[in-house]
Design a protein around this ligand. Structure first.
Ligand code: SF4
Length: 181
């Protein structure tokens, strides 16, 4: 086992468990839109094999908690990075810059920790992997990831959600997808 201070540039140095980025709302932190805590046992159990690094890109981008829901209009996270879509609230407030800022902060954490994989909250406009709400605030889904997930995917991280994290460790019981950012 390496000494904890062997590499000061790697905050996970010294751990026998590889670093794993996780959406903070999956592990009981009060980052959800409604400010309430909820944890997902299938994610918590990963702590036996991984050094979990909880992040909330919306909080890191400067959004308050609680906060109003937002969705990606006219695209998904990939389109936001390419300038073709925006993140807006139902009232029309444009939160795109905050979402981009938060995603960059999460990427910074991933690089600092050396994480090569992340378990992110399904369907969130920030954290959703492969599917997000379609921007109409009507619970309809569309293909494409959230803003943070799209960035991490472009940077080569392996992405899973609470619904398929069994690829990392045995798990079941998918969550409801409600109340997260
Ligand atoms: S899903 Fe929302 S509340 Fe959960 S970590 Fe991502 S941005 Fe934060």
């Amino acid at each position: 086992m390496a000494a904890a201070n062997e590499d000061e540039g790697d905050i996970a140095a010294g751990s026998e468990r590889p670093p794993l980025i996780v959406s903070a709302c999956l592990v009981g932190l009060r980052t959800r839109l409604d400010g309430r805590a909820r944890s997902f046992p299938q994610v918590l159990t990963l702590a036996s094999r991984y050094c979990l690094i909880p992040v909330c890109p919306e909080q890191l981008g400067g959004s308050p908690t609680p906060r109003p829901p937002a969705e990606i209009r006219q695209g998904a996270g990939e389109d936001v990075w390419d300038g073709r879509a925006r993140v807006v609230t139902a009232e029309g407030d444009d939160l795109t810059e905050a979402y981009l800022r938060g995603a960059m902060e999460v990427l910074g954490v991933a690089r600092l920790s050396g994480a090569t994989a992340a378990v992110l909250k399904a369907r969130s406009p920030s954290c959703g992997v492969g599917t997000t709400y379609d921007g109409t605030f009507s619970h309809r889904l569309r293909p494409g990831s959230g803003v943070t997930a799209a960035l991490l995917a472009r940077e080569g991280l392996e992405l899973l959600t609470e619904e398929n994290c069994g690829a990392l460790s045995a798990c079941s019981d998918p969550g409801d997808g409600q109340g997260s950012g």
